[in-house]
Design a protein. Sequence first.
Length: 151
Amino acid sequence: MDDLRDLYQEVILDHGKNPRNFRHPEDANRHAEGDNPLCGDRLTVYLKVGHNGLVEDVAFEGRGCAISVASASMMTEIVAGKTEEEARALFRRFHDFVTGKEEIEGADDDDLEKLIVLAGVKQFPMRVKCATLAWHTMTAAMDGENAVTTE
Ligand code: ZN
């Protein structure tokens, strides 16, 4: 279990230090700013959503702790190419998971399995806000709200 925990730490640190899709796409047609004042995480999530509801591009900018940045980075990799509905459904399950309502272990869902590295936050309610900030911000952007806060 300790080996697994080290592996999770490594993945989080890697995404935290070298976040994927850390940019502002020129052709983004939705965006929102997410603020987690308890930790000082501030992220802007950009989406390019097609007419058919397909998320063609997703990226983010901002600064925050390793967990908030790593979660945002992983989110951009997972959500690109999905429909808005699929992305929202994934967030609902991820949220249930980090708040301890659902177990992912053995989940049939590959995308959810990738997020298992964030399992450690379950024990720390403050950290749950870090891990879900980018996802809340993404759904706010989809809903046409330009700002969201964890407060
Ligand atoms: Zn944080």
